[in-house]
Design a protein around this ligand. Structure first.
Ligand SMILES: [Zn+2]
Length: 312
């Protein structure tokens, strides 16, 4: 009786020691960098170092009114990120908008996937920034090419800058407390469909997370929900401009957004956003913002609270 009690006490002790060990590893992360709980630490790769001496400040995410396409700019106190830039003809406006908010460099230029409403304007921004002498330090893409003149043009600019392949659980340090976690795609890519392979990333600053989903569809949404990743986020960029086959109930309930931003053109040919998606977002209690109605939407956070500004 006594010996079995000792065995039980010992087992409880070992269990507690393991728990404490897991807790310490998850807090310290890897390579001495604090990492969040989006990805299991064992799967995480940290990319890039933040600049010495730069303090964390507010983070602002701009959902730029890019017509029917996407364009998102992430402004931190150190590294800045541009994700997509609408269609080719939207790029001029987006480049001017970035200059108007005093952007002096882009650290990471992300092409979510090679469709014209995402990479078209990126070509224009790369051209315009090159002529203005505004540096772009790295291009991130998913590695799926496309047999179009637009993609070849995008790639020739990107090759001059330098291209990094996005892969699940890479963490790009944006400032001392802000990170961009690649949620999807895993490599090698799982789908032939370009939308499903979209880069999905989490921007995380202290308690506030933004989940940016490109144009992913139900297969990718289900794969992400079933993965080991924590995708809970306060702010969700709704996938595929509010298309009805995306934003599945299981994906939305895993994210649990307080705010849903739909990047969509007023005169799109696809009936975006679909009423079913608006209903599903309301079902999870999200407040809906739309670039077709409110134009550019910016969300600023101090890591605890956030405030939302709209142009209209
Ligand atoms: Zn799109």
């Amino acid at each position: 009786m006594v010996s079995s009690r000792i065995v039980i006490v010992s087992l409880v002790g070992v269990f507690l020691a393991v728990l404490i060990g897991v807790y310490i590893v998850s807090q310290e992360g890897i390579d001495g960098v604090d990492v969040s709980d989006v990805c299991p630490p064992s799967l995480t790769t940290v990319i890039g170092k933040v600049s010495d001496g730069v303090q964390s400040g507010n983070v602002t995410v701009y959902f730029i009114d890019a017509g029917v396409g996407d364009s998102i700019f992430v402004d931190t106190s150190d590294k800045d990120v541009l994700i997509d830039a609408g269609e080719r003809h939207d790029g001029e406006f987006i480049a001017s908008f970035l200059v108007s908010i005093n952007v002096t460099k882009i650290d990471y230029l992300v092409a979510s996937h090679p469709h014209f409403d995402h990479i078209g304007g990126l070509v224009t921004v790369m051209e315009r920034f090159s002529s203005l002498g505004i540096p772009i330090h790295m291009v991130i893409e998913n590695g799926q090419d496309r047999n179009t003149d637009l993609y070849r043009e995008f790639r020739s600019y990107a090759n001059e800058i330098g291209v990094t392949l996005a892969e699940r659980c890479q963490i790009y340090q944006l400032d001392s407390e802000t990170e961009m976690v690649i949620v999807s795609p895993p490599q090698p890519l799982l789908y032939s469909n370009h939308c499903e392979n979209s880069i999905v990333q989490m921007i995380k600053f202290r308690d506030i997370s933004f989940l940016l989903t490109g144009d992913i569809e139900p297969l990718s949404e289900a794969e992400i929900v079933e993965s080991a990743l924590n995708i809970q986020a306060e702010i969700l960029k709704v996938s595929h401009h509010g298309g009805g086959t995306s934003s599945t109930p299981s994906f939305l309930s895993a994210v649990g957004p307080e705010v849903a931003v739909i990047t969509v053109g007023a005169e799109n040919q696809n009936g975006h956003p679909h009423q079913d998606v608006l209903d599903r977002l309301e079902d999870v209690g999200a407040n809906i913002y739309r670039t077709d109605l409110q134009s550019t939407i910016s969300i600023t956070t101090d890591g605890v609270n956030y405030s939302i500004k709209t142009k209209n």
